[in-house]
Write a protein that binds this ligand. Sequence first.
Ligand code: NDP
Length: 261
Amino acid sequence: MTARPLAGRRAVITGGARGIGAAITRALAADGADVLACGRNEDALRELADSLEGAGVEVHTATCDVADPDSITMMATLAGEHLGHVDILVNNAGCAHSAPLHHQTLEDWNRLFAVNATGTFLCTKAFAPAMAQQGWGRVINIASVAARTGLRYVSAYSAAKHAVMGFTRSIAAEMADRGVTANAICPGYVDTDMTEQTLARIVEKTGMSRDEALASILQTTPQRRLITPEEVAHIAAMLCGENARGINGQAIGMDGGEFLG
Ligand code: NDP
């Protein structure tokens, strides 16, 4: 095993400048992959690129809104120009919304599907066929524990993440004999802005303090803690390795044992 097991590999990470995506971008770069991180926020992308200066790999960025098909096409063109070919795609960009069913709107439903599910479909379509042609590839979708089970107040999010899971399994079957694997990582609450927004919403709705809101969500987690972005990134990097080539079509739980399916 080389010190940099992903040397020579080229990776695209959606939502790669913040939260879980930034941790994955860093982990893949540390393992030697050239990376292209994308997202909507140019400042966050620039900050991420600056933080990776001296990492000894190529670090590129692209602005991309995965809810916009044209934006994905432009990002894929840029990825081709910068990286040549792409070996690894991490579909990490996502958004969440929580509300009881009677407050879920069609706009919420469509937005969550556009970003989480359709974005994953379009990005995979942009890169995975070429991976199959070259005979090697990794597609890693950041789903959620909500892709594996039903949870209160997240019906649209859970439906969109279940769609990601079904898509992952189907792509895995379709590309299994072409050297490409597709897997999903399914975390519970992770210590990122997304969870901070959940806490802010609980505070707003209930009048709890932020610490009380945190305690209330931790009550639902067996380990009574938030998962760190680095734990998710560790599994993403592992899935890119040669020794993970037999792992395909899996929903890899990272929820401290919340869902024991
Ligand atoms: P954050 O809210 O911290 O970050 C969301 C990321 O997605 C950002 O990089 C953001 O980029 C990107 N993003 C959102 N919408 C779009 C869009 N339309 N186009 C492009 N990029 C977009 O969340 P996390 O880091 O926590 O979430 C990352 C993934 O992990 C998501 O898919 C989420 O569903 C999943 N997840 C998160 C959990 C958690 O508890 N936090 C638990 C389980 C799964 P930018 O705003 O810069 O464009």
